[in-house]
Design a protein around this ligand. Structure first.
Ligand code: GFB
Length: 333
């Protein structure tokens, strides 16, 4: 390959194969961090060093602790996953706590990564932060076209600010800071707390209880809402691809395709069948459905990864149930 006098950095292969890269993952012991640790074991390249940190290594709400832990490893690349995140029902109760926690964590991590000149920083948004009143399927560029759903306003604006920070740091300092946007995530090592969990871990824990106590399964809402669920191990593979290869300054959705969107009712049927629950299922319609749907287009992702195979939802749920049953005593419940 002949290099011309001027080569646009974006055209250079991101990881020059023999160049040593140090990838620091914040929020390294959460559900996605857990999945990344397992996938990296298999997919790690010889020139890559992966470091997973969590709140025990330092409180990222504190700028001094943030600087200390990041400068300890001096990463060339950062996957910023640390965040206050929970299901809709906890978001409704703690919108301002979630907003303030994420604001301080993100401000500190971005500041330090700019100061130590990391080559690339990728942060993780979520599709629930997109406008609630929107045409479907949602595309990446619609992020600021209106207010998000009220149930998660604190979380949503704290994550939208990451997009704004990417643009500001890129304009002022030329930082290669960008974001990827997964849909509803589930998998091993999730938060299975009955109150705070997202719907899949919440249902898996409820079924576990109902089988023990021989009680009906209470599902919140009408069961009509629609969601695109992505298995944590699949997202881990996509995040590894992104930190190595993705250099577009615009965001990208990581999601199963639109055809794989399912209703909460269909989801309940899969969880019930895969856990062998024989009891009654009751929909408590006094509980809110939240956002009816947030269907995203995967057209951009498919341009880069036309053949990426996602784990079928039934298989992912079976694996998550197996992990929960095996780790019940130590799981977050
Ligand atoms: O997973 P979930 O809390 O997240 O709720 P969202 C999804 C749907 O499941 C809602 C219904 O329509 C709920 O009414 N649902 C039924 C349940 N039973 C349950 C249950 O036992 N627990 C829960 N949690 N839901 C979140 C955002 O919205 O999406 C977060 O609040 C985050 O910030 C996440 O972005 C990805 O999809 O409604």
């Amino acid at each position: 390959m002949r290099f011309h006098r001027f080569v646009d950095p974006k055209d250079l292969p991101n990881f020059i194969m023999d160049e040593k890269v140090t990838i620091l993952v914040t929020g390294g012991s959460g559900m996605l961090g857990y999945a990344l640790q397992r996938v990296v074991k298999v997919e790690k390249r010889p020139n890559e060093e992966w470091i997973f940190i969590n709140s025990k290594d330092g409180d990222l709400r504190d700028i001094n602790q943030t600087r200390k832990v990041i400068e300890k490893y001096m990463p060339t690349h950062v996957l910023h996953l640390a965040s206050a995140v929970s299901g809709m029902f906890r978001n409704i109760k703690f919108n301002s706590d979630v907003l303030l926690t994420n604001q301080s964590i993100n401000t500190n991590v971005y500041q330090v990564c700019k100061d130590i000149k990391v080559k690339k920083l990728i942060s993780c948004l979520s599709t629930c932060i997109y406008p609630d009143n929107v045409t479907y399927p949602i595309t990446e560029s619609m992020l600021h076209n209106g207010a998000p759903h009220i149930t998660s306003i604190g979380y949503s604006f704290s994550k939208r600010m990451l997009d704004v920070m990417n643009r500001c740091y890129r304009m002022q300092y030329g930082c290669n800071f960008l974001s990827v946007i997964p849909t509803n995530l589930y998998g091993p090592n999730d938060n299975f707390s009955l109150e705070d969990a997202h719907v899949i871990p919440g249902l898996i824990h409820k079924v576990h209880r109902c089988k023990k106590e021989d009680t009906p399964l209470i599902v919140w809402g009408t069961g009509k809402p629609l969601r695109q669920f992505i298995f944590s191990y699949d997202l881990a593979k996509l995040m590894i691809w992104a930190i190595r290869e993705y250099n577009d300054e615009e965001n990208i959705f990581f999601s199963v395709d639109e055809d794989d969107e399912i209703s909460i009712k269909e989801l309940v049927e899969i969880v019930v069948e895969e856990s062998g629950f024989k009891g009654d299922v009751v929909f408590d319609e006094t509980k809110t459905d939240g956002q009816y749907k947030k269907t995203v287009s995967t057209a951009k992702m498919r341009q880069f990864l036309p053949d990426f195979k996602f784990t079928p939802i039934r298989e992912g749920i079976r694996e998550t149930i197996r992990w929960f049953e095996e780790n019940y005593e130590t799981a977050r419940t």
